[in-house]
Design a protein around this ligand. Structure first.
Ligand code: ATP
Ligand code: F6P
Length: 380
């Protein structure tokens, strides 16, 4: 394979470079300059920009093949621990694509493995649960829901109900991810499939303890916990997250390369990786491989995704970060509810409960917290 590293865009953390397949003829699809003001490394310093010239020299000129390949579909595979922000970031992505001229026509549909589970079974907040679905020992049932959700996504793509399927699940293990890529591969090789599906990985990570706390607070009001007591919901979600930490395998460059090595280039437009970390405030890195056959539509989409992830902090992240800051400030809780003392009181007592459950000792017990989040003590 003919690859060349073009640019180092972050510190040598999980993924460190952007790669493009090299092609001799040049036509820049990144016609507007990429705004790099929002690129930050993990130490908060701006990272080196990706020059338009660099990109321009690497991309293929369109041919007639292009029109043949317009009938492509995409599967966005989310990866990330519970409450990392996967569903939120994907909602933002849908909005962003709708608001972008070149991608506004693309129809997105989300397939959430948790929704398929909830249709069948409600969460019971008791320690005596015989079948805790989040206990890795009982993973079979959870795998089944994920398979149902993923296969429904493939079916809807094949039936032209949507153009992008977003598979919303944690996809925490290598085995799961292999399953997903194998399914796409056999879908693409199946002569009765109406379209070819290109996988796009969107990795969403959250290692900031305040963000995690805030996100868990919001999770305690989601569909799993409607009408349930606040402290029990937070405890249950905390237990779930702890279980995920025992099984989560970070997605690595090796795994990406392994996928590339067995995915069939003739049926794919490419394999793509994007990463949003801590609402875009730490390293944001992309790895992109274009197939020679990539259509204009694919390139427009990948360009939009690139812009979305690298500018996430400016477009969506900063608003979230200021909300998190305000959430933990007693003065802001009181002033935002100044006409409603009861509401302020309830919010402050919930904050106390939240801080007492998701405390330092909780974080210490999360298996491989630093390894999974790729942080050193210096970063903390
Ligand atoms: N980038 C963000 N912008 C705004 N709010 C966010 C963001 N990330 C997380 N949140 C907050 O955290 C909560 C949990 O996030 P979300 O449901 O998106 O996580 P998730 O990774 O999809 O979780 P799960 O895997 O458990 O379904 C959201 O309801 C939202 O309040
Ligand atoms: O099967 P996976 O990949 O763990 O992901 C699905 C699970 O992720 C969650 O969103 C995690 O909280 C659950 O609602 C859902 O059951």
């Amino acid at each position: 394979m003919n690859f060349e590293t073009l640019s180092i865009v972050s510190e040598p953390k999980l993924f460190t470079c952007i790669k493009y397949r090299l092609n001799s003829s040049a036509e820049s699809l990144f016609s507007s300059p990429i705004d790099t003001t929002s690129h930050f490394s993990s130490n908060g310093k701006p990272i080196s920009p990706l020059c338009q010239d660099e990109l321009g020299s690497t991309l293929t000129k369109f041919t007639d093949l292009d029109s043949m390949r317009l009938f492509s579909k995409y599967m966005i595979i989310l990866i990330g621990l519970p409450a990392a922000g996967k569903s939120t970031v994907s909602r933002h992505l849908i909005k962003y694509l709708q608001d972008t001229k070149t991608t506004a026509h693309i129809r997105c549909k989300t397939f959430n493995a948790g929704d398929f589970r909830r249709k069948e079974k409600k969460i019971e907040l008791t320690n005596e649960q015989l079948e805790d679905i989040f206990d890795p020992k009982n993973s079979d049932k959870k795998e089944e829901y994920a398979r149902i959700a993923f296969n429904e996504a493939l079916q809807d793509l094949d039936n032209d109900i949507c153009d992008i399927g977003i598979f919303d699940a944690t996809n925490s293990t290598k085995l799961r991810r292999k399953y997903l890529f194998d399914e796409i591969k056999s879908f693409n090789h199946n002569s009765s499939s109406n379209f070819s599906v290109s996988p796009i990985i969107l990795h969403v990570t959250c290692s900031d303890k305040k963000f995690i706390r805030y996100n868990i607070h919001h999770k305690s009001f989601n569909a799993d916990y409607f009408g349930k007591q606040y402290d029990l919901s937070v405890k249950d979600f905390a237990k779930r997250l702890k279980q995920y930490y025992t099984q989560f395998v970070p997605y690595t460059m090796d795994e990406f390369n392994h996928i590339l090595s067995y995915s069939s280039p003739d049926s794919h437009h490419g394999t793509f990786y994007f990463h949003v970390a801590n609402a875009g405030s730490t390293s944001t890195t992309n790895i992109v491989e274009y197939s020679n056959m990539a259509s204009r539509e694919t390139r427009n989409l990948i360009k939009a995704l690139h812009h979305f992830t690298t500018n996430y902090i400016v477009i969506f992240g900063s608003q979230y970060i200021s909300k998190v800051k305000g959430f933990f400030k007693v003065s802001q809780v009181v002033s935002s509810n100044k006409l409603n003392v009861k509401k302020s009181f309830q919010q402050l007592s919930r904050l106390k409960v939240l801080n007492s459950i998701i405390n330092d000792s909780y974080f210490k017990k999360l298996k491989n917290f630093h390894l999974i989040n790729n942080i050193t003590h210096k970063d903390q």
